[in-house]
Structures are given as structure tokens and as C-alpha cells.
Design a protein around this ligand. Structure first.
Ligand code: DGJ
Length: 742
């Protein structure tokens, strides 16, 4: 819902966006867009009392047509601050005119309410029907240059989420260059409590580790300049207070629907105002707008919670599941798969795959995924990327006979590609050396013996579309794992003029989107799984095309607790691909029971990644039970609400890093599944776990013991697990408890 009134200070428009149980309020003041409030819903519209005489700094200029004595752009809380006219904090927009000048001033022109959430351009975006969302578009103009900016705000009706983006248009006769353009910026002027930035850092094998950093005067930020959203920082951060917990306190999550370079920053000024900004990172960004052209930013999504981080996460989960992921598989039960990567690495042939498939079929597994190494002459990672034709030495007769035999066993078949890459040792590179990104006169950096294709080029994308389509049409292939194993360097394109080389990083991402769109449209039944050397490009933009994503190459169950629970701050279980792998684990050498590996992998899109032919009968029996449990609890895990009860880094009873626990509750609160893992056992343990999200007035039966508890008891007093495990709790032991309302 969007309420538009005029406010008491200047009678200019005031906009109150109600999104679920949150309010987002801003107004026009002497032509400037000023932010008033973002948080749990408030009834009053006119919040301009929060603005009045915010103080001023005598050294700071003010726009000549604003009230003397107290108004300053450097202090005023703004919606889309610009560079060069008296706001010295980080700008949302910097445009350079043909004369070289960069000073800009944005003034309100008009506004418009649009039904639902209109599609603004071809980039990944949240979708909503007309009865699910309302959109406000506010048009601003820079009187000096004639450049206009349109700010879009969508308020979801049933969720406390506001989605923002900006479009810059050059209606003038001379070119301008956009050197910086945020998707969203908001100034929180009066939080009054010590603030922190919660973000997800990582690297290969340690993706999305949760960190909380106190804000300091100046800027605290996370970013990527790698050409991909990256392992290193997820395109997400939340503004929280030092007192915010899982269940209490303010949390404003900001997630960028973008797969490329980004920056999310919180800048604190001397008056305690926090500017929270998200958008494309500007180090190597300069987008030229000829007369009549426009530039549209990626979307930024605000998840607004007054009740802690858990609620912020659940809002993101529902939004991504129901309003971002698309296509047949967005809501469909995903098949349990076995992937041969950790089973064989590059060393496989049809016989080996069929042996795995036979055991998979006998265990109830539903799909076999053939990973890297099936094409060109690829027997290690030093060649053949780009040569997407079958290596018949490994797969005699090509894909069709193999896939037919696998289908005959009752299994689907999936395949691995790394479309955006090219090996210097490949036929493709011999034929088209200019198809790799590179700067003239400079050596190309290598990573994993590969270069990156220039995805800005339509001819490169056409080649990829044709060859990938050819493979997909050659047999009954129902799944693709889309990998991306290195970051960009020397990012210049042989086909763009010098004044457009600053566009390469963003054009690369737009080219990637274009190819993904073409493939998913041409093969609408295909299940696409994203991957980037593990979970290196796990972001909402990739989820728009691939509803599940390989979470990490670290498949150790104990390490996965950090990774999966960290990932859950923004992404739902349905998006996280999680596999049971061998013990000792290939990455950490740690031994963990088959049961616990299953319990942890069940926290996402479930599968196996080990050589099934080496398992004992007992382990195969366990797989049958795990597959049955996966189907039984599918709805609960994938469509329920997640509550993080204990994070692996929490201190419980004076000990840190000992447990992890989480639960999912069905939307009607009739059913819940609780997972409890003892990372490191101790002597004389006391394990009492308080549950969440249940109906306090209802009673619940725990399936394995038959015991009945009141919801209020489970949530307030807890359940005593101290002696709940036969044989006692040991390192790496776990339990899953299923509660049904009686
Ligand atoms: C990186 C992925 O994360 C792995 O799962 C596997 O597909 C390898 N690439 C194959 O090269």
C-alpha cells in the first residue's frame, strides 16, 4: 500500500509505503527527496518532525534556494544523494557531463503509482502480481544538465520488503557518463543505538561466514571487484544494533540482485546518521549515455524487521522462493541426485557412471549428474573449456546411449558445463583467441589454466547458445550444473571502443544474463543449478535463473554447519544444494557418521557426492531411509519457516562452538522439524533446547518418543535432550526431531 499526502512543513508530497508490517516513509522538501523512516509499521504519515532543524555545520554550503540557517544537504537524510553540490558523504550518483564537470543536483519533478511491479528492463528482478505489490516511481531532474533519474520503490503487500532501483536517462543532446549509480541509498538519521553491519564474508570452501562489525565514523563496506559477486563477500549486508539478536531488535537487510561487482556500505557521519547504500562497485565502471539513452541499475531489496535477524531472513526466503525464482522447478520437488565429482573427479567413463547409476537406482536416488571431464580432451583441469563436444574415449557412442541406459534404470540425467570459460589449450582458443577477455599488449592472467570468455560479445554468446543447445538436444538431459571457476582480470573487450571499456564489467554480467535467459527459455523443463568453484556467485541474480546453487566445495558436515547456516541469513533451503560426501571428508579429512552427514545435507536441496559402489549394505539402507525422509519432509524444509536456534559460533553454557540447531515450521504451525548437532561433545553435558515459531496454545507430539508437549513449554522451557541419544552424544552426533500438532 502506498499513501501519498502532503506534509506540514512545505506542503510538498509525502510518501508512506506500507510493506507487510513495515513502513518506509520519505518526502519532498524544497525539491529534495528526504528519508524519514524505515522500520516496523507506524500509523502517522507526517514524520517530518523527525527532520526539523537537524543542526548545521558552518563550513557546509547549502543550496541557494533552501531556508537559511538550518538546512544542509550534508546533514539532511536523503533518498538518493548526488555528488558535487554540498553533500560530502558517499554519493548514490555521479554523472560527468561532456564538459568534464560532475556537480549534480536532483530535484523532484513528479511521481506516479504503478500497479503491481512492472518489468523495467531485462535484468533479474523480483516479480509480483498486481494484487501482491504496489510500485511508486519518482522522477527527479538535474536542472543543470537536464539528466533525469527515476527512482522505483516496490512495497510488497504481504512481506516487509521494499525493492528499489534507479534509472538514469539522458534526454539532452550531448553524452554524459554515469560513473557511479547506486540501486538504493537511505539515510537513517536517528537510530540512537550503537550500530553494526552484519555481512557474509568467505573464500573458497568457507563461503558466507557471518560477521558483525561495529560501525565507526566513516565508511564500513563490503564489495567485490572480481567480476562476480564472489566467495569473498555476498552482495548482502544488514544494519543492526549491537543488541539485535535472532529474535529481537531492528535489522534492515539489503540484498543486491546482481551477479557482478558490487558495494554495500554504511557511512556514519558526525551526527550519527548512517547512510546505507548498495549498488554496482564503481572502481572500473563508467557507462556512457548518448542522447536519449538510459541506464537501469540492478534491484536492491530491503528486508525490514523489528524482531531480529530470524524474521529478516524469513522475509528474504519467501521473497526469493515465491517472487524471484522462476520456471517449472522454482516450486517443484527437486530430484535427489548423485554427482560423480568427488566420486571420480576426472577419472570416469560410461561404465563407471553406469555402475554408480545402478547403485543409485537401487537406493532410490533419482538423478545422476555427470560433472567436469566429459568433453574435448579434458582429463584434468588444463584443457578443453569451450570445446563442448563429447569425449568418445570416455563415453563411446556419445551421450545418447549413456543417457538412455541411465534413464532405463529409472534415473534422470544431468550434465556439467562451464560456459563462460575458455582454455588456452582448446580448439576454440585456436580458432578465436580474441574471444577471451584481455587488454591489448598485456599478458592474460590465468587461474586453473583458463581464461574468461568475453561475454559482452553477441558472437561469443551465440556460439555458446548453439553448442550448449546442441548438447542438450542430443539426449534426454534434464539438469545442468553451470560452473564458473575463476574471476575476471584484464577486463577489456576487443569489440568495444575506448570510451566504452568502463562498461565491460557490467556488460559481462548483462551478457551472462542474456545467455542464461536464452538457454532457460529454449529448455523450459531444464533444472539449472548454479555453481562457482563451490558457492562463489551465490546471489539472487543467479537464483533468478537457477533455483538451486551449489553451496560450497567444502562438503564436510561440520564445516557445512557454518556455511549453510550463514547462507540461510539470506537464502532459503530450497536454494542451497547440499550433498552427503565421503568420510573421511576429502577437504578436511574429518570423519563424520553417515547419519549426521545426512542430517546436515537435508538442510537444503539434497543429494550425494561419493562413490556409491564402495558403500556397505548398511550405508545403502541408510540412503534409502534418507531419501524417504527427504520426500516426507520436503514441504516442511523447503516451504516452511526457518528458525536458527544455535549458530555454530554461539556460546552455550559457557562453551563456544559446541552445537548447532535449527528448525523449520510449517506455515500453519502444525508441524516442525528440529535438527540438533553436537559439534564437540563435553563431559556432563546439559542440552536443553528452546524451540521457536510454534503455536504456544497447541500441543505437539514428538514422533520418535511419542511424548506430547505444549507449544508454550517447548518454546519457553525447552526440551531436554541430555539423554535423548542412545549411546550418548559424541563429537559430530546429531538428531532430528519431528513434531506434529495433536
Ligand atoms: C568446481 C565445482 O564447485 C565442483 O563441484 C566441480 O564441479 C568442479 N568445479 C569441476 O571442475
Amino acid at each position: 500500500m502506498i499513501r501519498i499526502t502532503s506534509h506540514s512543513l512545505t506542503s510538498e508530497p509525502l510518501f508512506h509505503l506500507r510493506a507487510g508490517d513495515a513502513s518506509y516513509v520519505f518526502c519532498v522538501f524544497h525539491g529534495f527527496l528526504l528519508h524519514l523512516y524505515c522500520g516496523p509499521a507506524v500509523e502517522d504519515d507526517d514524520l517530518t518532525h523527525l527532520l526539523v532543524k537537524v543542526g548545521h555545520d558552518s563550513v557546509v554550503p547549502r543550496p541557494a534556494d533552501t531556508p537559511e540557517g538550518w538546512f544542509s544537504l550534508d546533514i539532511a537524510p536523503q533518498e538518493f544523494p548526488v555528488y558535487g553540490t554540498g553533500d560530502y558523504r558517499p554519493s548514490a550518483l555521479l554523472i560527468r557531463r561532456a564538459d568534464g564537470s560532475a556537480a549534480t543536483s536532483l530535484r523532484y519533478v513528479s511521481h506516479e503509482v504503478l500497479a503491481g511491479k512492472p518489468a523495467i528492463d531485462a535484468q533479474p528482478a523480483v516479480h509480483a502480481r498486481e494484487d501482491e505489490a504496489d510500485t511508486l516511481a519518482v522522477t527527479l531532474c538535474d536542472p543543470g544538465s537536464g539528466v533525469t533519474v527515476r527512482l522505483y520503490y516496490t512495497a510488497m503487500r504481504a512481506l516487509p520488503a521494499v525493492i528499489r532501483r534507479a534509472a538514469v536517462e539522458n534526454p539532452t543532446n550531448s553524452p554524459v557518463t554515469v560513473e557511479r549509480c547506486a540501486s538504493a541509498s537511505l539515510d537513517i538519521a536517528a537510530w540512537m543505538e550503537p550500530a553494526e553491519l552484519l555481512h557474509l564474508w568467505g573464500t573458497w570452501g568457507r563461503e558466507r561466514t557471518v560477521e558483525r562489525t561495529p560501525l565507526a565514523h566513516g565508511t564500513v563496506s563490503v564489495s567485490s571487484r572480481r567480476g562476480a559477486s564472489s566467495h569473498h563477500h555476498n552482495p548482502f549486508a544488514a544494519l543492526v544494533t549491537a543488541h539485535t539478536t535472532e529474535t529481537a531488535g531492528p535489522a534492515i537487510g539489503l540484498s543486491l540482485v546482481y551477479a557482478g561487482n558490487f558495494e554495500i556500505a554504511a557511512d556514519t557521519d558526525p551526527f550519527g546518521s548512517i547512510r546505507f547504500t548498495a549498488g554496482i562497485e564503481s572502481t572500473d565502471f563508467a557507462w556512457r549515455l548518448e542522447a536519449g539513452e538510459s541506464f537501469v541499475t540492478p534491484e536492491a531489496v530491503l528486508s525490514i524487521s523489528g524482531e531480529g535477524l530470524g524474521k529478516m531472513s524469513r522475509t528474504f526466503h519467501r521473497l526469493w522462493r515465491e517472487h524471484l525464482c522462476r520456471g517449472e522447478w522454482a516450486g517443484k520437488v527437486r530430484p535427489v541426485l548423485v554427482n560423480n565429482w568427488e566420486a571420480t573427479y576426472f577419472n570416469f567413463d560410461s561404465e563407471k557412471l553406469l555402475a554408480i547409476a545402478r547403485d543409485a537406482a537401487a537406493c532410490g536416488i533419482e538423478m545422476l549428474v555427470m560433472d567436469d571431464g566429459w568433453f574435448g580432451t579434458r582429463n584434468d583441469d588444463r584443457s578443453s573449456l569451450g570445446d563442448w563436444f563429447v569425449n568418445e574415449e570416455k563415453l563411446p557412442g556419445g551421450l545418447r546411449p549413456l543417457v538412455e541406459q541411465i534413464n532405463a534404470l529409472g534415473l534422470k540425467f544431468g550434465i556439467w558445463f562451464e560456459p563462460e570459460m575458455i582454455s588456452p589449450r582448446s580448439r576454440l582458443f585456436e580458432a578465436h583467441p580474441d574471444w577471451a577477455l584481455g587488454t591489448p599488449g598485456r599478458d592474460k592472467s590465468v587461474a586453473r589454466s583458463q581464461y574468461v570468455l568475453d561475454m559482452t560479445r553477441p558472437d561469443v554468446r551465440d556460439y555458446l547458445f548453439e553448442t550448449i543447445s546442441g548438447v542438450l538436444s542430443s539426449a534426454n538431459i534434464e539438469y545442468v550444473k553451470w560452473d564458473f571457476n575463476r574471476n575476471l582480470t584484464e577486463a577489456a573487450s576487443a569489440t568495444l571502443p575506448p570510451e566504452r571499456q568502463g562498461e565491460v564489467m557490467h556488460r559481462y554480467v548483462l551478457g551472462l544474463y542474456d545467455l542464461l535467459e536464452r538457454i532457460t527459455s529454449a529448455f523450459p523443463h531444464l533444472l539449472l543449478e548454479g555453481c562457482s568453484s563451490g558457492g562463489g556467485r551465490f546471489d539472487p541474480a543467479m537464483l533468478y535463473y537457477s533455483p538451486q546453487y551449489w553451496t560450497s566445495d567444502d562438503t564436510d558436515a561440520m564445516e557445512r554447519l557454518d556455511i549453510q547456516l550463514g547462507t540461510s541469513f539470506v537464502y532459503p533451503a530450497s536454494a542451497m544444494s547440499c550433498h552427503v560426501s565421503a568420510s573421511p571428508n576429502h577437504q578436511t579429512r574429518r570423519e563424520t557418521s553417515f547419519e549426521t552427514r545426512g542430517h546436515v545435507a537435508m538442510g537444503g536441496a539434497f543429494g550425494y557426492e561419493l562413490d556409491l559402489t564402495t558403500l556397505t549394505d548398511g550405508e545403502k539402507d541408510l540412503i534409502r531411509r534418507q531419501v524417504a525422509d527427504y520426500h516426507r519432509y520436503y514441504d516442511l524444509i523447503n516451504r516452511g519457516d526457518l528458525y536458527r536456534l544455535i549458530l555454530p559460533g554461539d556460546t552455550v553454557n559457557g562453551k563456544t562452538g559446541r552445537f548447532a540447531a535449527w528448525m523449520t515450521v510449517s506455515a500453519d504451525r502444525s508441524e516442525a522439524l528440529v535438527t540438533f548437532v553436537v559439534i564437540r561433545a563435553s563431559i556432563h553435558p546439559v542440552y536443553v533446547l528452546r524451540l521457536e515459531g510454534l503455536d504456544p496454545a497447541a500441543s505437539y507430539r514428538e514422533e520418535s518418543t511419542g511424548a506430547v508437549y505444549a507449544g508454550s513449554t517447548l518454546m519457553r522451557a525447552g526440551i531436554n535432550l541430555t539423554s535423548a541419544r542412545r549411546g550418548g552424544w559424541v563429537d559430530g552426533s546429531s538428531a532430528v526431531m519431528h513434531f506434529m500438532r495433536v
